[in-house]
Write a protein of this length. Structure first.
Length: 667
């Protein structure tokens, strides 16, 4: 049976899960559709998804239509769960891109479209929720054409909109003079047909030449060229649908079977070293782990996409990403939350391997006799961080093991201990991501409280200064004597050098002076934060043949530094990040106004269709709640990323407050 693996992608709330339920019912795979609101859908079956009412993981759903095996990957809409979204796109052969008939193209739509573009993935664009109030097909179609790069054209037109939506008509196959055609469709059909024919001709040089010469193209020629173009990803057809009424679903299923490519039709696969594999069942075996999950009863599940060959229970496999060998004893396929054991997994199939803890997201599996490694799954860096505080000693003891399990499932999470503050930090793609992670910790028996992390401020100097440090102590017997003069100056990074001449300080004591300086730099003079960007030169000093020692000069170095730094205009520094925000252009003024309140330095604004990207350098302290703030500001239609950009001076009025608060906390 032919196989199609199709990912359902789109902005949060575009109706992916509801559509997948409707397609399961339409195909006969399900007798009754579940509801997201009731927590009864096949995709959203985890406790967290039922509690929150939206997708967190990618649902794997299987159905058949017209003798074809269709596997649907229902992805989350929130950008916080980008690992699930990108993994599903990489595991699929094509995609359904959902755009709400009410909201139009949103940031999430742009994001998944760009990812699909990167892999030249064939797509069908669905204008969903056509039965909703304020649904507007023509406005959203114009929005799609303006916002999404590529050859986009309406292949079907709606009959009615909103509560009056009654179905769709085929732009190529419908006679505009048919007496039963509603007047609004009859008037729109000629223009839509001309636009679609032009889009089809644009994918075929032969047809384009005939089209430009005014030659009439036959219906059979157009239909055949249309399906070839959809299959090749050179034409992206638009189809209006309603999961609630079923309008457009039969046409969608037919188009998925006839237009979207099968696993075997995607072309030769290439490894990182240039090796190739044919995506056929008789080629050497290769697969990629596209996600990892944990079942409370079965344990760790490694979800794989088989790219080539055939795998049977007990066959040896090489994890070429990590250089380890595995031998799966059982093979499964998943639909919803159900695992079904199968005798083999063939090229094009999605399968599940169990009880193989050494497998991780992005790993390549291959025939040991003919190994190959595919490129890794590229994921963005975390953008939101919270500090974790275990509630009890038992929670503290269990936290490490529980976090290891979470990080194994989700490589976009980061867990670390901040060296400067000593806090345990959990970083994710957004506040929703970290909230869900904390809930998962609780489900594993580890309860933690969260709070905003402390900002790792630093201190530096803005002027040069000199001072002497002299440590002299006599208490009977050998005393202690160390004497050095140092000069401090501002500069990038830390450097230490000697300008001592004439043997005033023996060279063997210079490393001890440097250690003393390093000791003093651990706590700056303003608020006790570590110091950075200081250049230190030892200029002069003296020693005693008997009483001088490494410890004495280490103490002298620290004394000299502390004296000099007070005269070198010490300054408080704060970490800054490069912020990139993508949101509908209508929010540009609100975004800029909000960033100005956060002491941001806007670097640029890049309009892309109906979406704008704003780039700014912003203090880290001003972005600790930005994930939730941006959601509120844009109605959940914005996304952002951050990248560390070093440190900058804290404004004097703020520095004073920070120093006072720090001293008060220290008692």
């Amino acid at each position: 049976m032919p196989v199609r693996v199709v990912s359902l992608v789109g902005h949060s709330g575009s109706g992916k899960t509801t559509l997948s339920e409707a397609l399961l019912v339409r195909s006969g795979a399900l007798s009754r559709a579940g509801r997201v609101e009731d927590g009864t859908t096949q995709s959203d079956h985890t406790d967290a998804e039922k509690a929150h009412g939206f997708s967190i993981t990618t649902g794997v759903l299987r159905l058949t239509h017209a003798g074809t095996d269709l596997t649907l990957l229902d992805t989350p809409g929130y950008a916080d769960f980008v690992r699930e979204i990108r993994g599903a796109i990489r595991a699929a052969d094509s995609a359904l891109v959902l755009v709400s008939a009410v909201s139009g193209v949103e940031v999430g739509t742009e994001r998944v479209w760009a990812t699909a573009d990167r892999f030249a993935m064939p797509r069908i664009v669905l204008i969903s929720k056509m039965d909703r109030e304020r649904a507007n097909f023509s406005a959203v179609l114009a929005d799609i054409r303006a916002s999404l790069k590529g050859n986009v054209a309406a292949a079907f037109l709606p009959v009615g909109e909103g509560p009056d939506f009654r179905g769709v008509v085929d732009v190529l196959g419908t006679d505009p003079d048919h007496p039963d055609l509603p007047a609004e469709v009859r008037s729109a059909l000629p223009e839509a047909r001309e636009a679609l024919i032009e889009a089809i001709a644009d994918t075929d040089d032969g047809l384009m030449g005939r089209y430009l010469e005014g030659e009439e193209l036959t219906q059979e020629e157009l239909r055949s060229a249309f399906l070839r173009a959809v299959h090749a990803g050179t034409l992206f057809p638009v189809l209006p649908v309603s999961a609630a009424t079923g309008g457009g679903l039969d046409e969608l299923l037919d188009l998925m079977v006839r237009g979207l490519r099968s696993a075997q039709e995607r072309g030769v696969l290439t490894g990182v070293d240039g090796q190739t594999r044919e995506p056929t069942p008789d080629a050497p075996f290769s697969a990629r782990v596209w996600r990892v999950s944990v079942d409370p009863f079965v344990g760790k599940l490694a979800h794989i996409r088989v790219w080539s060959g055939t795998l049977r229970p007990g066959d040896p496999l090489r994890n070429t990403t990590r250089g380890a060998d595995v031998r799966p004893a059982h093979l499964y396929v998943m639909s919803g939350h159900d695992l079904t054991e199968v005798p083999e997994l063939r090229a094009g199939m999605l399968g599940v391997l169990t009880k193989l803890p050494e497998l991780h997201t992005g790993d390549t599996l291959a025939d040991p006799a003919q190994p190959i490694e595919y490129d890794p799954l590229v994921l963005p860096d975390p953008a939101h961080t919270v500090a974790l505080v275990p509630r009890t000693r038992q929670d503290e003891d269990r936290l490490g093991a529980a976090m290891t399990r979470l990080l194994d499932e989700d490589p976009t999470l980061r867990f670390s201990r901040e060296e400067q503050t000593g806090e345990l930090l959990l970083a994710g793609m957004g506040d929703m991501h970290t909230t869900i992670a904390v809930e998962r910790l609780a489900a594993l028996g580890v309860n933690v409280d969260t709070h905003l992390p402390q900002i790792p401020y630093r201190e530096t100097i803005r002027a040069s200064a000199q001072a002497q440090g002299k440590h002299k102590k006599q208490s009977g017997g050998h005393g202690q004597y160390g004497d050095c003069h140092i000069r401090l100056s501002p500069g990038a990074g830390f450097s230490f050098r000697s300008e001592v001449v004439g043997g005033a300080i023996p060279g063997k004591y210079l490393p001890s002076i440097e250690k003393g300086v390093a000791d003093a730099m651990e706590k700056g003079p303003l608020a006790g934060y570590p110091m950075q960007d200081v250049q230190v030169a030892v200029t002069h000093g003296s020693y005693h043949d008997v009483d001088s020692s490494d410890l004495a000069f280490r103490t002298a170095g620290a004394l000299a530094f502390r004296s000099a730094v007070e005269e070198a205009r010490p300054t408080l520094l704060e970490p800054v990040v490069l912020l990139r925000v993508r949101a509908p252009a209508q929010f540009t003024g609100d975004l800029i106004g909000d960033l100005q309140t956060r002491r941001a330095r806007v670097q640029g604004m890049e309009p892309e269709g109906t979406v704008i990207t704003v780039t700014a350098v912003v203090p880290q302290a001003e972005l600790q709640t930005y994930s939730a703030d941006l959601r509120s500001l844009t109605g959940d239609r914005g996304a952002f990323s951050v990248k560390p950009q070093g440190y900058q001076d804290v404004p004097e009025h703020l520095a004073k407050k920070i120093v006072e608060a720090r001293k008060a906390a220290a008692g």
